[in-house]
Write a protein that binds this ligand. Structure first.
Ligand SMILES: [Zn+2]
Length: 325
């Protein structure tokens, strides 16, 4: 079972894998040997990948607070068979590359698979940076503190893979291993957009969108206050606009937010709404996405108004009113 922190944040994903991992224990495989996690939140993806690895290797029943040796190894990022593969991690000693996941790294994986293993081998492919976390990242990391998972190195952060890091030659050298891995082997690739990974990997993988775990946008601004403002969206009523503007103004005052920040939050909020609906593919969500895209254009107009120092009340009033159309 996934940790409650992850279950709360990623209900769909964790329910799916809870069921799939349970059937794995009875010997029936319900997920591919290669999995791509995509979305904006690499940190969340890394924790989800690690938690999958932990459950696959647990000596007991996979409970989130299990303290068997495998679970503890994985929490400390020291498990011999659960490996992070990035340009900064798990390089052969003669590998001098520093900007890519090199072919030496992937060939080392291929040859390690020739040997049998008592463990469930999990390879987590991502990009990474060796930098102390920013304030916004620290805030985000603290949301997962309860997991007690360590990263592979100090001042290490996962980043999404792209084609400049997981270069074609390295990716292609893995294909045979991905297609016909030994039993109890799993490849995980973390990226922002499926387009950022070479098709030969994508076509052999099961892909999962991981929605952003937090309400913080890239600027570290907590956009949660928009939940109540957008409660009726896309059917905001004209009669409510005045009220909503008042609400927004008091939030701005309370949190010391500038108009530009509120508009950035709205943009983040709408983009996230599109992402949530793209995956369903239903006719209703197509109409909704169309509507959101139109409203995003209105939002760009409002941003220009904000730069021209037009009063927040007017900008927000105009904007929300235009959303009702
Ligand atoms: Zn365990």
């Amino acid at each position: 079972m996934f940790h409650p922190i992850l279950k709360r944040k990623f209900e769909y994903f964790t329910n799916y894998f809870d069921a799939a991992l349970k059937s794995e224990q009875t010997g029936r495989r319900n997920f591919a040997q290669s999995i791509v996690l995509y979305g904006q939140d690499s940190i969340a993806q890394y924790y989800l990948a690690t938690e999958i690895a932990r459950q696959l290797n647990c000596q007991k029943d996979g409970a989130y607070d299990c303290d068997c040796i495998n679970c503890n190894w994985i929490r400390n990022n020291q498990h011999p068979a659960v490996l992070t593969i990035s340009k900064n991690d798990n390089k052969p000693s003669d590998d001098t590359s520093s900007k890519v996941i090199s072919i030496k790294q992937t060939l080392a994986i291929n040859s390690s698979l020739v040997n049998t293993s008592d463990y469930y081998r999990v390879f987590i492919f991502c990009d990474s940076e060796l930098e102390p976390p920013s304030e916004a990242q620290q805030k985000h990391l603290s949301e997962f503190e309860g997991l007690r998972f360590k990263f592979p190195q100090e001042n290490w952060l996962p980043l999404p893979l792209n084609r400049d890091v997981l270069i074609e030659a390295s990716a292609n050298s893995l294909l045979k291993s991905i297609e016909e891995p030994p039993e109890r082997t799993l490849f995980l690739f973390l990226t922002e957009d499926k387009e950022d990974i070479i098709e030969t990997i994508i076509s052999r993988s099961q892909c999962f969108y991981v929605p952003p775990a937090s309400s913080y946008n890239n600027a570290g601004c907590d956009c949660e206050f928009l939940n109540s403002i957008f409660a009726d969206y896309p059917a905001i009523k004209k009669v409510n606009v005045f009220n909503l503007v008042e609400q927004l103004e008091s939030v701005m005052q309370e949190k010391g937010l500038k108009l530009e920040q509120v508009l950035d939050c709205m943009e983040f909020y709408l983009v996230e709404m599109i992402k949530r609906n793209i995956n369903t593919g239903s006719a209703g969500s197509k109409v909704l996405i169309q509507k959101i895209k139109q409203d995003m254009l209105k939002l760009q107009h409002a941003k220009k108004q904000a730069q021209a120092y037009i009063k927040p009340q007017l900008v927000l009033g105009d904007l929300l009113f235009s959303f009702t159309e």
